[in-house]
Design a protein around this ligand. Structure first.
Ligand SMILES: Nc1ncnc2c1ncn2[C@@H]1O[C@H](COP(=O)(O)OP(=O)(O)O)[C@@H](O)[C@H]1O
Ligand SMILES: [Mg+2]
Length: 369
């Protein structure tokens, strides 16, 4: 098999940055060739946050934002090429996840047909980079009756599976998802990741995130609030299931604090409780027999959260995907590079056992250079 270079672009629910990574896929497996965080201008971040819930004049705003994000993703790809010295002619394709602005999968039972919507016009990306762009990965899986998510488990299996060892891969982005790399792959969104942690520290300390979980580590976990949060209906759904900010957000948290009559809790104790909540909802999804747990996503850089995960999974080794050769920050972008490759090779991108689709499907639309 000839080596191919694919460039993956990912912007998740955290809105922290666009992650861009170049992945080499060849006979000897996969390896990262370069990566870059590309900043999202604050004005654009505010627009994305605003359009992620119902509002006025949405079609006009959506149309504009779709173009602006397409331009931003193209700029991220070009910056990565500049940074690595890789020429655009060497890149077979860009795989662009897009920015999710709504996720209403079958498991949400929201009434009406299920749908998911990612924006960031791939026509724009192909035009501005001169590189064939593959995008819109999730909707084919939804059309086949699936959740359209999570898609990362199929990549985790391709990159990290080892026969005879029960491994799990956990991605902690805005939300979290787990992949169990057994003889038969399983995986689903576990629930909360960084969104609640980010939102709470932003409100109380004006910081974008709780660096290394240092603030949470100083607080006391409130059992009362934790028990209330653990009642979230999403956590009790059977897989296949997927979630979004629609389910876990600051409004919901405020309601829960109110229901549990926890208004008097110090903000630092709420942060500690939220961190414990993230750790617990993940570890409860891991079977007792799991031997190795590999973390990725921004949450893998939160050392306090990592310690809490290890505490809840005492018999497993908890480390990051860095130990398997892909730095935790770039796994999601690498997954979309791989998905672009799968599409161009006419290979399935989903795992229907994970998403609940009626079968394997080639995912993504191709926008030629
Ligand atoms: N050093 C760190 N300490 C704690 N949290 C971190 C650290 N670095 C990143 N994060 C968290 O990771 C988040 C970004 O994770 P990411 O995987 O990019 O999520 P998404 O896919 O939603 O964009 C940040 O918003 C932040 O909460
Ligand atoms: Mg991110």
């Amino acid at each position: 098999m000839k080596d191919s270079l694919l460039l993956g672009l990912m912007s998740g629910t955290s809105l922290d940055a666009v992650d861009a990574a170049v992945l080499k896929i060849g006979a000897n497996g996969m390896s990262l060739q370069g990566h870059l965080n590309y900043p999202i201008p604050p004005s654009l971040r505010a627009e994305i946050a605003a359009i992620s819930h119902a509002g006025d004049n949405e079609i006009e705003r959506l149309g504009r934002l779709d173009r602006q994000l397409g331009e931003l993703f193209a700029a991220a790809a070009l910056a990565l090429l500049e940074h690595t010295g890789i020429l655009k002619q060497e890149v077979r394709a860009i795989g662009s996840h897009g920015q999710t602005i709504r996720h209403r999968p079958p498991s949400a039972q929201a009434g009406g047909p299920a749908f998911t919507l990612q924006i960031g016009d791939p026509n724009c990306i192909a035009e501005l980079t001169g590189i064939t762009t593959v995008a819109d990965f999730r909707r084919r899986d939804i059309a086949a009756g699936g959740e359209g998510a999570p898609l990362a488990p199929a990549f985790h299996a391709a990159a990290f599976h080892a026969p005879g060892i029960l491994r799990a891969c956990v991605n902690i982005g805005g939300l979290s998802n787990v992949s169990l790399l057994d003889t038969q792959l399983s995986g689903f969104d576990t629930g909360p990741g960084n969104t609640l942690l980010d939102a709470w520290i932003a409100r109380h300390k004006g910081q974008a995130f709780d660096n290394n979980g240092a603030w949470a580590a100083r607080g006391q976990v409130s059992t009362r609030l934790l028990e209330q949060l653990l009642q979230h209906p999403y956590l009790h759904l059977p897989p296949p299931k997927s979630t979004g900010k629609e389910d876990f957000n600051l409004n919901w948290l405020d309601q829960q604090i109110s229901v549990a009559a926890c208004h008097q809790l110090a903000p630092v104790d709420v942060q500690a409780t939220l961190t414990e909540y993230t750790a617990l909802t993940i570890s409860e999804c891991l079977p007792a027999t799991v031997q190795e747990v590999y973390m990725c996503g921004g949450g893998a850089l939160n050392s306090h959260l990592m310690q809490r995960l290890q505490a809840h999974s005492p018999t497993a080794t908890v480390t990051t995907t860095g130990a398997l050769g892909i730095d935790p920050q770039w796994v999601e972008a690498a997954a979309f590079a791989w998905l672009a490759f799968q599409c161009l090779e006419h290979l399935p991108g989903n795992n229907s056992g994970v998403t609940g689709a009626s079968g394997p499907r080639v995912l993504g639309g191709v926008f030629p250079a």
